[in-house]
Design a protein around this ligand. Structure first.
Ligand code: FES
Length: 106
């Protein structure tokens, strides 16, 4: 398993364990840990309700953004340079140590 951190508004970081052998997305890990991620579209990159800001990369690079994800993020007024759709981040060793902040919905 790898460790993913969720930054809270109070500055604390909640540590989550994400198994490597279940082909989960970061969105699914957040949901499984009862974070308020609606993920209305179920991971299709068309709802943006799984929007996160990546505060720190993990061990390796993040995966490149697909066209769908980039297009969705462009439409969000509060997206930042570090915004990603968490449903498009597959849990893998590169993400070990990733720090994200859950962003407001679209
Ligand atoms: Fe809908 Fe990620 S779950 S865009």
């Amino acid at each position: 398993a790898i460790t993913i951190y969720v930054a809270q508004d109070n500055g604390e970081r909640v540590e989550l364990e994400a198994p490597l052998d279940m082909n989960l997305s970061v969105m699914e890990v957040l949901k499984a840990n009862e974070f308020p991620v609606q993920a209305v579209c179920g991971g299709m990159a068309i709802c943006a309700t799984c929007h996160v800001e990546v505060l720190e990369n993990g061990q390796g690079e993040l995966p490149d953004m697909g066209d769908d994800e980039a297009y969705m993020l462009e439409s969000l007024p509060h997206a930042t340079e570090s915004s990603r759709l968490s449903c498009q981040l597959r849990v893998n060793p590169d993400l070990d140590g990733l720090v994200v902040r859950i962003m407001p919905e679209a």
